[in-house]
Design a protein around this ligand. Structure first.
Ligand SMILES: [Zn+2]
Length: 200
């Protein structure tokens, strides 16, 4: 190995500044200006879909208030979305509610229809309170819950107004829902709702 010369000496030798020599050395990665380059940390091994799901499963059950009594509701402890159902997603399976995830993690399969609650508690994730049911099962469940709670039956939907064919014709002939609302003394949103509801 030859003599090591300083940047200053090198600059003098080539009749350039010390700074110029440094820039060249940095550019060709012979020296690094500030921090030496650290070797990249080894990447964690990629999770297989199965391991990822196992991890998600553990995360899921840790957010449920699991009681020793199997008859009690096991409630979701975190945020809830529309309808009061727990927010929990398993993107790759297209699951976006906690009770559906509870069903999936218990039976290792997605439901054929809807995951319904026997207990009528949307927050509940107790697998013993959940079942795979059709929309008509859901309606029956709701009716059963209504009877049990003693609530009156919801009002039947209103029939269209007697002059509906006239209103619709005027709308089809170009009058706006606002104009018609004023004419028939109802709110504009009522006209819009009728237009959707009684479209046929
Ligand atoms: Zn329950």
């Amino acid at each position: 190995m030859g003599n090591i010369i300083s940047l200053q000496q090198c600059g003098n030798h080539f009749n350039v500044t010390r700074e110029y020599v440094r820039q060249v050395l940095v550019e060709y990665k012979i020296v690094t200006r500030h921090n030496p380059v650290k070797p990249a940390a080894p990447k964690p091994p990629k999770l297989t879909p199965e391991t990822r799901l196992q991890k998600r499963k553990a995360q899921f059950w840790s957010q449920i208030n699991i009681t020793p009594n199997i008859d009690e509701c096991w409630e979701w402890l975190n945020g809830c979305g529309e309808g009061g159902y727990g927010n929990f997603s398993i993107g790759e399976l297209g699951i976006h509610a906690a009770h559906v995830a509870a069903f999936m993690f218990t039976h290792d399969t997605k439901p054929q229809h809807w995951v319904l609650h026997r207990c009528n508690n949307p927050r509940c994730c107790n697998p013993n309170h959940l079942y795979d049911g059709t929309p008509s099962d859901n309606a029956l469940d709701r009716e059963r819950a209504r009877k049990a709670s003693g609530k009156p039956l919801r009002r039947k939907p209103k029939p269209p107004p007697s002059n509906w064919s006239e209103i619709r014709k005027r709308y089809q002939n170009g009058e706006s829902s606002t104009q018609l609302a004023q004419l028939y003394n109802v709110h504009q949103t009522t006209i819009s709702r009728w237009l959707v509801k009684y479209a046929d």
